[in-house]
Design a protein around this ligand. Structure first.
Ligand code: PMP
Length: 395
């Protein structure tokens, strides 16, 4: 097991110091991760000395930027075991899932699960899919035995979270892929919480689409990726029109560029793509197996600390991936969050964009602590101290 004190790299993250230069106990990385200096520097360079547009300029700065932008695509592809031409840069996971929901040609029934984030529910509804819902096991995993029983040849898509943003439960993604394929459906994985927390290899999993956001992977906001199998992307029509995504335009008829350009209308998020590539480099240099073990040790430590508290209920499986949701009897999560803020501890309180899961748990909201590679024991100690203070305040 990793020594949590050795991995914590708070010094790399300027956002972890508060106004008075003290360490901020940031436990909301599942919402968005703080950025290492290496990412901030990459963005500054891309927005400063190296800045130019891509794919158009005949001058050398633009040609260089085009090379850097396409190198970022290669970097992101390699990070999840995909091929360069299979990475579509999007604004984030939300846009990536919307793209598939709207553009996938064979819209039929989609099997989702009870624990999905709204961004893996609403796009399917808006795009006219018929939605079925897979239940959860008692400890908060997607119940793949139930999925197996529910799937029919009418299902053309299965779309599951690889890791739950509320419960931290990890999907057996390879089995989900086999189940989807056994009825002729495709598997889309929402990898938002998985990509920063465990090694992901789309080829090994055998999925068909993989969506994630850069800002949860220590990269900038406004950038994310959809990985899709080349043959599937090739068969999908564009879903937004504009510059860069075309082959020939006339008023009579327009033809489109091949994938992935076909799905990237308009000037792309150039700076952000380079920042995301820098984030991939930073994370890969540490190693996702190391980060995973580090977060597992922190989860075990926080669970041990919460376990003796009779007024605290913890949701989700024992081996949750870097995320713990809990409720304190007689204290609304927002009140807990406010008191913790006074102690310099940031947690998330709310429905976490997963209202159907809250309904299933029978609570309007939970408190959620989520870890990162920069979290350490001092963050847990501060959280526990804050919970004890809250208990005293609420009597
Ligand atoms: N899915 C999951 C599991 C998430 O945690 C999030 C972000 N909270 C999203 C999707 C949506 O990501 P974004 O808002 O960056 O598009």
């Amino acid at each position: 097991m990793t020594d949590t004190a050795t991995l914590s790299r708070k010094a790399d993250f300027p956002g972890l110091l508060n106004d008075t230069g003290q360490v901020w106990h940031y436990l909301d990385t599942a919402a968005t991760a703080q950025k290492p200096q290496a990412v901030i520097d990459a963005c500054s360079r891309a927005m400063g000395a190296d800045y130019a547009t891509v794919h158009r300029g005949v001058y050398s700065r633009s040609a260089d930027m085009t090379l850097a932008y396409e190198a970022a695509r290669r970097r992101v592809a390699a990070f999840i075991g995909g091929a360069e031409a299979e990475i579509v840069f999007t604004r984030g996971a939300t846009e990536a899932i919307n793209l598939v929901a709207y553009s996938y040609p064979n819209k039929g029934r989609v099997l989702l699960s009870q624990l999905e984030h709204h961004s893996n529910i609403v796009p399917w509804q808006l795009a006219g899919w018929q939605v079925d819902v897979c239940p959860l096991t008692e400890d908060g995993r997607i119940d793949l035995d139930a999925a197996e029983a529910m799937l029919t040849p009418d299902h053309t898509m299965v779309a599951f979270a690889h890791v739950s943003n509320v419960l931290g439960s990890t999907l057996d993604a390879a089995r989900a892929a086999r189940l989807a394929h056994s009825v002729g459906a495709k598997l889309l994985l929402d990898g938002c919480q998985a990509v920063p927390r465990l090694p992901v290899d789309v080829a090994e999993i055998g999925c068909d689409f993989y969506a994630f956001s850069g800002h949860k992977l220590y990269g900038p906001t406004g950038i994310g990726a959809l990985w899709g199998r080349a043959d599937l992307l090739d068969a999908m029509p564009p879903w937004q029109g504009g510059g860069s995504m075309i082959d020939q335009v006339t008023f009579e008829r327009t033809t489109y560029a091949p994938a992935p350009q076909r799905f990237e209308a308009g000037t792309p998020a150039i700076v952000e793509a380079l920042g995301l590539a820098a984030a991939c480099d930073y994370v890969a240099a540490i190693g996702l197996d190391v980060i995973h073990a580090h977060e597992a040790a922190l989860v075990a430590r926080l669970r041990d600390a919460l376990q003796p508290m009779n007024d605290v209920a913890v949701f989700g499986p024992e081996d949750s991936a870097g995320i713990i949701s809990f409720a304190m009897q007689g204290v609304h999560p927002h009140d807990l969050g406010t008191i913790l803020d006074e102690e310099g501890v940031a947690i998330r309180a709310g429905h976490h964009c997963a209202q159907p899961l809250m309904a299933h748990l029978g609570v309007p909201a939970t408190a959620r602590a989520s870890f990162a590679l920069y979290s350490d024991d001092s963050d847990i100690d501060a959280l526990v101290k804050g919970i004890e203070r809250t208990r005293r305040i609420f009597g």
